[in-house]
Structures are given as structure tokens and as C-alpha cells.
Design a protein around this ligand. Structure first.
Ligand code: ZN
Length: 362
């Protein structure tokens, strides 16, 4: 693989042409970058530590619910303003921008699914992006996702076009979704959606390309190929990553392009998939894979195992099996037990970096 170092990317959060260069490099060299959903400084550093140790780029993203959590569950998040999810996303962005450079890896700072009813969240983040752009010539976030996949394709594309025009002067990346990701995530429940609508058609991809590419080259498509959010019993999910290859061929022919994979694809619902499903999808131009559910579980396991194996040291502040007057402070300090969750999450992110061939790319 051509090393990312050839690209001369800065460390820390990337913007504009650097994001494009990174995704082009991934597509050309057959790797994808894991997108880690973060909800706290603790999950941010776990993901960054994994990227540093695997010498790889990383994508950090907040969902709307994750952003609101960043602000604190005690803050009201009204449907009209989404003040908590806006403030939480902005706070997360400032934190990540400040901390990422000391990990020495390139980072794409992204926000996850924004459905129609959440557009006030998107508006608030774009206001913050534009404010930052005026100051520094860069937006706050590298990239945002719009997900109007539950609406008609016409409304989906029109909404994306309108927002993309606002994002383009900042060279900000847009991820859009077409075709529904099944399952349930963050309050969006698509578990009853019938199977056929989980698969995107090549004509849809071409329609999106025609609408977005005149505005700016900085966009990717989360196309449904049977993906489902969450992890279910084996056999319930039928992924068809080869459909992405058909989309690429269709668009390449329409464009008369020399590039055999002209589209940047995103794989949603990556948790619980097999290494072969990942590598097949990556071979068809997937540059970003979302693995939220597996990371949530991984984060829990370290904390769960710590608590269960130290339970007799955690019931009282003083007194444990070593003596009635022995203090337990060293056991209940959050830096000790939260750290155990960071370690297990970090290990799962490292596994994803290896599975997606991103490990060792810098
Ligand atoms: Zn998703």
C-alpha cells in the first residue's frame, strides 16, 4: 500500500482537500477507515489511542443523541432548536480538535445520521461551522451526514443539494444516505422495513452523482446493500456488497470515466459483520465503515469485568476482604474503572482497523 505519509496530511482534524485525499487514498489502496461513535472524552481518547497504536487514520463521529449526551442528559433538547445536541456536538468538536494532534494521527471529525426531523440540529452545527470558517478559514467539522432516506428520493436529493450548497464554500464533506439501513439505532427504528427497500438501485446512485457533483466533489453515499444497525443472531442479515460494485460500474459507464470506482461509499451497520463482508465492501469503494454497536459493547465489557471481579472492594468506601479498615479509594476512582472500558473499546477499534486494512497505513 502507498503510505499515507506520501500525502503529507497534517495530524489532528482534517478539512477539505485533505479529507478528499485521504478517502481517495483509501479507495485506491483498498482500505476503509472505521467511524467510531463517541459520546464522551473517554470514548474519544479510546478511539484515538487505537489509531495511534495501529498507525492509522480514524473517523470520530457523534450522533444527535450522542451529541446531546455530550452536553449532558440534564439539558433540554427541544425539537425546534435541538440546543443540547448543537451545543454538545460543538463542544465535542472543540475537544477533539484540541486533543487529536497529540495522538499524531489524521482524524476526520464527522456527525452521524441527521433525519428530516433533526434538521434544526444540522442548522445549528452549520452556523457554528460558518462562524469558525470566518475566523480560521476552516469549518468546525470535517464532515456531516444528512439522512433523508425515509423520505422520497426527490426530497432526499433536494434537501442534500440545498445543504451541500451551503457547505461547499467551506469545502466540507457531505455523507448522504439512500436506501434504508434496517434495524434500530438512536431512536430511529427501521426494524419493520421490508427487505427490498434495504437495497439501493444503481439509477439512484447516478441520480445523486448528477445532483451533487456539480456543486462540489466532497461527498459520499451510504447506500443500502442489506445493512442493518445493531447486532442480531447470525443469518438475519443478508448483505450484498457486490451491489456496490454494480453501482460503481454503472456510474463509471455513465461518466465515461477512467476511474473504475468513481463513487465513495459508506458502510452503515458494520457491527457484527464478517471480515469477508468488510473486505468485499471495501473492494467496491467503501472508504468508511460505522461500527457503533460493537464499540458500545466493547466499552461495557471492560467496566463490567472490572466491577464483577472487584465487587467486594466496591460496596463501601472503607472495608474489604483485606480488612475492615482498608480504604477502597484506589478501586472506585473513575480513572481506574472507566479506564478499563477504554482499554476494551480501544482493542475493538484496533480490530476494526486491522479488519478494514487501515492498520499501518501511516
Ligand atoms: Zn448508520
Amino acid at each position: 500500500m502507498g503510505a499515507i505519509s506520501e500525502l503529507n496530511l497534517p495530524v489532528g482534524v482534517l478539512y477539505g482537500d485533505d479529507v478528499l485525499k485521504l478517502f481517495q487514498h483509501a479507495r485506491k489502496n483498498g482500505y476503509a477507515i472505521p467511524a467510531c461513535n463517541v459520546t464522551s472524552s473517554s470514548t474519544v481518547v479510546a478511539a484515538l489511542e487505537a489509531a495511534r497504536d495501529q498507525k492509522a487514520p480514524i473517523i470520530l463521529q457523534t450522533s444527535q443523541g450522542g451529541a446531546a449526551y455530550f452536553a449532558g442528559k440534564g439539558i433540554k433538547d427541544s425539537a425546534e432548536k435541538r440546543e443540547a445536541s448543537v451545543a454538545g456536538a460543538v463542544a465535542a468538536a472543540h475537544y477533539i480538535r484540541a486533543i487529536a494532534p497529540i495522538y499524531g494521527v489524521p482524524v476526520v471529525l464527522h456527525t452521524d445520521h441527521c433525519a428530516k426531523k433533526l434538521l434544526p440540529w444540522f442548522d445549528g452545527m452549520l452556523d457554528a461551522d460558518e462562524e469558525e470558517f470566518k475566523k480560521s478559514g476552516k469549518p468546525l467539522f470535517s464532515s456531516h451526514m444528512l439522512d433523508l432516506s425515509e423520505e422520497s428520493i426527490e426530497e432526499n436529493i433536494e434537501t442534500c443539494v440545498n445543504y451541500f450548497k451551503r457547505m461547499a464554500p467551506m469545502k466540507q464533506w457531505l455523507e448522504m444516505e439512500i436506501g434504508i439501513t434496517g434495524g434500530e439505532e438512536d431512536g430511529v427504528d427501521n426494524s419493520e422495513v421490508d427487505n427490498a427497500s434495504l437495497y439501493t438501485q444503481p439509477e439512484d446512485i447516478w441520480q445523486i452523482e448528477q445532483a451533487l457533483s456539480p456543486i462540489s466533489p466532497y461527498f459520499s453515499i451510504a447506500a443500502g446493500f442489506g445493512n442493518v444497525h445493531g447486532v442480531y443472531a447470525p443469518g438475519n442479515v443478508k448483505l450484498h456488497p457486490e451491489l456496490l460494485g454494480k453501482h460503481q460500474a454503472f456510474v463509471a459507464e455513465k461518466l465515461g470515466s477512467k476511474e473504475d470506482k468513481p463513487v465513495f461509499f459508506v458502510f452503515h451497520g458494520g457491527s457484527g459483520s464478517t471480515k469477508k463482508e468488510y473486505t468485499d465492501a471495501i473492494s467496491h469503494g467503501v472508504v468508511k465503515v460505522n461500527v457503533d454497536t460493537d464499540l458500545q459493547y466493547a466499552y461495557l465489557t471492560g467496566i463490567r469485568d472490572y466491577v464483577t471481579s472487584n465487587i467486594d472492594y466496591l460496596k463501601t468506601q472503607v472495608g474489604n476482604p483485606d480488612g475492615p479498615n482498608k480504604p477502597n479509594k484506589k478501586k472506585y476512582d473513575p480513572r481506574v474503572w472507566v479506564r478499563e472500558g477504554e482499554k476494551t473499546m480501544k482493542a475493538r477499534v484496533e480490530e476494526a482497523l486491522k479488519d478494514f486494512n487501515a492498520s499501518g497505513s501511516i
